[in-house]
Design a protein around this ligand. Structure first.
Ligand SMILES: [Zn+2]
Length: 127
């Protein structure tokens, strides 16, 4: 059930724009607007769940996470893509992935993703 104040539900409904890299009937992936690394991506179920652990289709969800990570490994030519399930800042289930996180120590925090860079990255990563 959608939560009327949930920012991710608003993104799913198109009320808030996002830099979308992947979408199917049940899931959506988009760039984080304050990335820790280039390509920092959020993968969410379209249906509102507070926690990843509450999802009845968690297996399907992780197949989508795997599909996106496999794609990023090819695009970034690096097998190292880290993932985190934290769940505190936005109360809508999400997996965060960080391509090539070796750069984390060097560049974090990078601040807000500039719109031009976001557009370029979205073109590079969407499939
Ligand atoms: Zn939500």
């Amino acid at each position: 059930m959608a939560d009327k104040d949930c920012i991710f539900c608003k993104i799913v409904k198109g009320e808030i724009p996002c830099h979308k890299v992947y979408e199917d009937d049940d899931f959506l992936a988009f760039l984080d607007i304050a990335p820790f690394v280039e390509g920092h991506t959020l993968i969410i179920p379209k249906k509102h769940y507070r926690w990843v652990w509450d999802m009845p289709n968690i297996g399907e969800y992780f197949s989508v996470v795997q599909k996106i990570v496999t794609h990023y490994r090819k695009v970034f030519k690096d097998e190292f893509v880290a993932g985190i399930i934290w769940g505190m800042l936005v109360e809508h289930a999400h997996v965060q992935i960080y391509p090539c996180p070796r750069q984390l120590h060097l560049n974090w925090p990078q601040g807000k993703l500039p719109p031009e860079k976001a557009k370029k990255l979205t073109r590079k990563l969407s499939f």
